[in-house]
Design a protein around this ligand. Structure first.
Ligand SMILES: Nc1nc2c(ncn2[C@@H]2O[C@H](COP(=O)(O)OP(=O)(O)OP(=O)(O)O)[C@@H](O)[C@H]2O)c(=O)[nH]1
Ligand SMILES: [Mg+2]
Length: 335
């Protein structure tokens, strides 16, 4: 779900062959060499576009070939160059050489180009081999082959929002409420073993992507629980939504849960700890003790964090949270 991957073949055009020819002139035997050069083969260039966000199109269309150069002809006619082609890939695509495993390119911006397979040079025709002592050359070259590569394209889907919190805090339940994602939800810790992504659609057709990652626990940065390996999936998000379970069933102090997660984030990377964050009291329907909610609300105030109370069971606060996320991410539209 997180990574889209395809294998494709790109083949640049071969160069056209150089020509062997002599001018035919009345009364002049072998009127002079006149074989033209072959044309250059076309290149294959990959171009990043914002208008695609999957690699799906390549599954149906895995081969991309540029045109070959035309052969040279007599009368010193150079063969026409083969047409180059551009292949569009979504921004975020990483290109690997399938045979060597080398990473060739990482597309990060719309319109970025990478020439991945160079067309072959055309061969020289015999007219090019004339020298003062070698007036009737018969040498001529074949065109060079265009580069051919097997590529593996990998697309990291970039999430805009990362959900963090203890295991069982209700992260997967939340993503299932606000997007079409249907991750596994269960009443035990570490239900989520792999990150899930969900696309949140807004009424005005805007959308953003939320990542639900496995829960964190104290010592995660030392490998406890599922560790922090999954945090790299949210390193490039723009907003973290931190869920703190305020129900009694945790048997823990929600304020302390909050501090532990903040510490784990900071241990992973400073950038992550500095990201903008919305603090969410989760499972508000199951919090009998209003003190527990108040404690988290106070923390939010102290730290200057926006605070929301939600229940994914009753739906309380879900829409407000969704729009709060959108407000942080999407440029305000002028009415
Ligand atoms: N009462 C109540 N229960 C909830 C709410 N949200 C989630 N739950 C329950 O809490 C349990 C854990 O929910 P998950 O969404 O799987 O939690 P998670 O944070 O994804 O857990 P991990 O994947 O283990 O990190 C499930 O039994 C849910 O039904 C809520 O708002 N109210
Ligand atoms: Mg989960």
């Amino acid at each position: 779900m997180f990574i889209d991957e395809v294998r494709i073949l790109v083949k640049a055009g071969d160069g056209g062959n150089g020509c062997l020819a002599f001018r035919r002139e009345k009364y002049v035997p072998k009127g002079g060499p006149s074989g033209g050069d072959g044309g250059r083969g076309g290149d294959v260039t990959l171009v990043a576009t914002e208008h695609a966000n999957t690699l799906l199109q390549f599954r149906f269309n895995p081969e991309h070939k540029a045109e070959r150069g035309r052969h040279g002809e007599g009368s010193n006619c150079t063969g026409a160059d083969g047409k180059s082609i551009e292949v569009k890939v979504p921004v975020g695509t990483v290109v690997y050489d399938e045979e060597t495993g080398d990473r060739l390119y990482d597309f990060t911006q719309d319109g970025e180009k990478f020439l991945v397979a160079r067309g072959g040079k055309g061969g020289r025709g015999n007219a090019r081999f004339v020298t003062s002592t070698h007036q009737a050359p018969t040498e001529h070259e074949p065109g060079r082959p265009g580069q051919e590569k097997r590529l593996r394209l990998e697309l990291k889907l970039l999430a805009d929002v990362g959900l963090v919190g203890f295991p069982n805090a209700g992260k997967s339940t939340l993503i299932s409420r606000i997007s079409a994602a249907r991750p596994k939800i269960a009443d035990y810790p570490f239900t989520t073993l792999e990150p899930n992504l969900g696309v949140v659609q807004l009424p005005n057709f805007d959308s953003f992507v939320v990542a639900d990652i496995p829960g964190l626990i104290e010592g995660a940065h030392m490998g406890a629980g599922l560790g922090i390996q999954f945090l790299r999936h949210i390193e490039r998000t723009r907003l973290l939504v931190h869920l703190v379970d305020v129900s009694e069933t945790t048997g823990r102090d929600p304020a302390r849960d909050f501090e532990i997660i903040m510490q784990e984030l900071a241990n992973f990377s400073e950038d992550l700890a500095k990201k903008q964050m919305i603090l969410v009291a989760s499972k508000i329907d199951a919090a009998q003790d209003s003190e527990r909610v108040a404690a988290v609300r106070d923390l939010a105030r102290e730290r200057g964090l926006e605070f929301h109370e939600i229940s994914s069971v009753t739906g309380q606060g879900i829409d407000a949270l969704k729009f709060a996320m959108a407000e942080r991410l999407l440029p305000k539209t002028v009415d």
